[in-house]
Design a binder for this molecule. Structure first.
Ligand SMILES: Nc1ncnc2c1ncn2[C@@H]1O[C@H](COP(=O)(O)OP(=O)(O)OP(=O)(O)O)[C@@H](O)[C@H]1O
Ligand SMILES: [Mg+2]
Length: 267
């Protein structure tokens, strides 16, 4: 039996609560008895091999897909941002932000959200005229305007160049601090996970294979004490042997496409 329970996140200690969740496609059990709790305001990064079920899990949490059995409890107020911005090409940026929403002062709310992501000057732009980073910020504004208690991010920076990605990291952290949603970020980039998250979980065989609390003080950077130990541990869990972080090695292992940029500061 499956049950999907939408909760008022303000009234519960763990707005995200999964118990024995199963999702399968035909014979393939992609999610296989998964348990997961996410606390209010917690930033969790989700790692796992390609095909391990990360997007499947995120889609269930977003309400875009069902589960086959188990219990899944998520806040009613939730929003998802994917690798591609998924904007309606015939609608201007501000209209994309409020798409499907019936709220008072819709334009003002859209303007506020676009201002928060640094796009106050692109309100009237059509998606085709936006850069990849700008389009992704519109998608983020579309999430924010829903005032989510749970923000689901599925590799939202993967298609961006290294510098834009660093700016997006800072923006995400700023917005997370301001709005305090719980965040579940799917990423293939181990460094990104350690830089951003309170906790990193590794999905394998349909379950959480490992999780690590990241207690490193913020603002974080890849050179800070303790970072490389966590990185090596996560890489080994992912089946990648950790090596000294030469530019080539880091690039291959973590998809950090520009490793000359080592410092990361936010806050
Ligand atoms: N609608 C579907 N019908 C059939 N199989 C599916 C469907 N959605 C996902 N799958 C399968 O489930 C498995 C997990 O897919 P999923 O997209 O969740 O992986 P992922 O961890 O997000 O991978 P990636 O890192 O490559 O994005 C894959 O084998 C995929 O082919
Ligand atoms: Mg995926």
């Amino acid at each position: 039996m499956s049950s999907i329970d939408l909760v008022d996140a303000a009234k519960t200690a763990h707005p995200v609560q999964l118990r024995n969740v199963v999702r399968q496609f035909g014979e393939q059990r992609v999610i296989d008895g998964l348990d997961l709790d996410i606390a209010p305001g917690e930033f969790v990064a989700l790692l796992g091999a390609s095909g391990s079920g990360k997007t499947t899990l995120l889609r269930s949490l977003a309400g875009l897909d069902s589960i086959d059995s188990g219990q899944l409890r998520v806040p009613k107020a939730r929003a998802a941002v994917f690798q591609e911005p998924r904007l309606m090409p015939w609608k201007r940026a501000w209209k994309n932000v409020i798409l499907g929403l019936r709220i008072p002062n819709a334009r003002a709310r859209a303007v506020q959200a676009l201002t928060e992501v640094g796009l106050a000057h692109r309100l009237e732009a059509y998606p085709a005229t936006l850069s990849g980073g700008e389009a992704q910020r519109v998608a983020l504004a579309r999430g924010l305007v829903r005032e989510p208690k749970l923000l689901l991010l599925d590799e939202p920076f993967a298609a961006l160049d290294a510098l834009t990605r660093i700016r997006m990291h800072r923006l995400i952290i700023d917005l997370w601090r301001k709005h305090t949603p719980a965040v579940l970020l799917v990423t293939h980039d181990v460094d990104e996970a350690i830089l951003l998250a309170d906790r990193v979980i590794v999905l394998a065989n349909g379950k959480i294979a490992e999780q690590l609390n990241i207690d490193l003080p913020r603002a974080r950077d890849t050179g800070q004490e303790g970072f490389q130990e966590i990185r090596a541990r996560l890489l080994s869990l992912l089946g990648v042997e950790a090596v000294e972080p030469t530019p080539q090695a880091t690039s291959a292992a973590s998809q950090s496409s520009n490793n000359s940029i080592r410092r990361f500061a936010h806050g």
